[in-house]
Write a protein that binds this ligand. Structure first.
Ligand code: SF4
Length: 381
């Protein structure tokens, strides 16, 4: 079991409360990206391709705390960019813990050993170390030799100091199921607490466009991996119904508001993966976004998406509404053969819009105006 019972109970009770209040849309996990700057440039990443002036932006602690309060989700994931490059990250973690949240810091672990002393173990605090496979697979994925070894060393140090440590693993079309299974066995032997799994999202600005999975290949890959697992032996940090969805046994529409994303641009529309616009407040994001324009079957950029930040919330909400479905998968295991659940037709999806350059230009204008104001103040003193 990857998700601690206490966290599952808190999140389950939160979901039930939202339903009792009649809320149609509500967040489960706040994705907080306090910077875009990273110390790696991975082939499958579409999040760091910005001019330096934007990469140099940081969300201050006060803005992070405000985002946590505005959103109200019980779980906060700190991502980026590389969050350990943010000098105030320890304060952000402590502040979020003080608000009673479950916190995960996603990191490539290059700075983790050096910075471990700035953090304290806590039952609601997880490290989530990026590892896309064994040494050869991971170093190829992050386009740099030696990163796997440093990540494993950091995991061992963190475990020795009493931290909870997960790994997050993104799989691409070149993943070999048996090899992935062996990799999971090897990280379990390191004593990790959980594994988060995801197929890579086809970021339009990722350097490597060849190795993204389409939906059919994603489902087959996960069926083959789960077949290799046999009796569950990996502490996967996701709901069984989401894994069942990955294996092609559930038809889910995404729930992009389930993992709302706050970046240096504002509240990102519609989801963690797509930046099609930005709202100034969480309320504006939830109330003014035309959600029906997004999701598989509605929008070309969503056609192949099966990523946890879009669909895990769909699975959790399904489990709360129909607990017998979740119980069936928990008892019988994930089906790895036979017909798959029907997929969402794509014949009515709207074509992709390309808005990245406009957002970058708008942000640069905003930064220049702020710099000019600062210079005026300095000159006047
Ligand atoms: S399918 Fe949903 S989660 Fe995936 S990119 Fe589209 S809106 Fe985002």
């Amino acid at each position: 079991m990857g998700i601690p019972l206490s966290q599952a109970l808190v999140v389950g009770a939160y979901v039930v409360r939202q339903h009792l209040r009649g809320r149609k849309r509500y967040p489960l996990v706040l994705m907080l990206e306090p910077l875009f700057r990273c110390n790696l440039a991975c082939a499958g990443c579409g999040k760091i391709d910005y001019p330096d002036k934007i990469l140099d932006q940081r969300l201050p602690v006060a803005d992070c705390m405000q985002a946590i309060d505005e959103c109200g989700a019980p779980v906060v994931v700190l991502a980026g960019g590389e969050p350990l490059l943010h000098k105030e990250l320890p304060e952000i973690v402590v502040g979020a813990l003080a608000k009673g949240k479950y916190i995960t810091v996603c990191t490539n672990a290059l700075l983790m050993e050096k910075k471990l002393g700035q953090y304290q173990p806590h039952s609601r605090f997880n490290w989530s170390v990026h590892l896309d496979g064994d040494k050869e697979m991971h170093d190829r994925s992050v386009c740099k030799t030696g990163v796997y070894d440093r990540a494993v060393a950091a995991i061992k140090s963190a475990k020795a100091r009493g931290f909870r440590v997960n790994i997050n693993c993104t799989l691409f079309s070149n993943a070999e199921p048996e090899r992935v299974a062996k990799f999971f066995d090897s990280v379990v032997s390191l004593g990790i607490d959980g594994i988060t799994l995801s197929p890579g999202y086809a970021y339009e600005r990722a350097p490597d466009q060849q190795h993204f999975l389409n939906r059919t290949r994603t489902k087959q890959l996960f069926r083959d991996i789960f077949r290799s697992e046999g009796k569950p032996r990996w502490p996967i940090f996701q709901s069984r119904l989401f894994l069942d969805f990955l294996a092609g046994n559930q038809t889910y529409h995404c729930t992009p508001w389930g993992n709302p994303t706050r970046t240096v641009f504002g509240w990102q529309r519609p989801c963690y993966l797509l930046g099609e616009g930005y709202a100034k407040t969480f309320k504006e994001l939830m109330e003014d976004t035309d959600w029906d324009r997004y999701g598989t079957g509605n929008y070309e950029k969503c056609a192949d998406c099966m990523v946890h930040s879009g669909f895990e919330a769909s699975a959790v909400m399904d489990a709360v509404k129909k607990p017998w479905k979740a119980a069936k998968v928990a008892l019988a295991g994930i089906k790895t053969d036979g017909p798959m659940a029907p997929d969402i037709p794509l014949d009515r999806q709207r074509p992709a819009e390309y808005v990245f350059t406009r957002h970058v230009e708008e942000k640069l204008v905003e930064i220049r105006k702020a710099e000019a104001r600062t210079q005026e103040v300095v000159a006047a003193e």
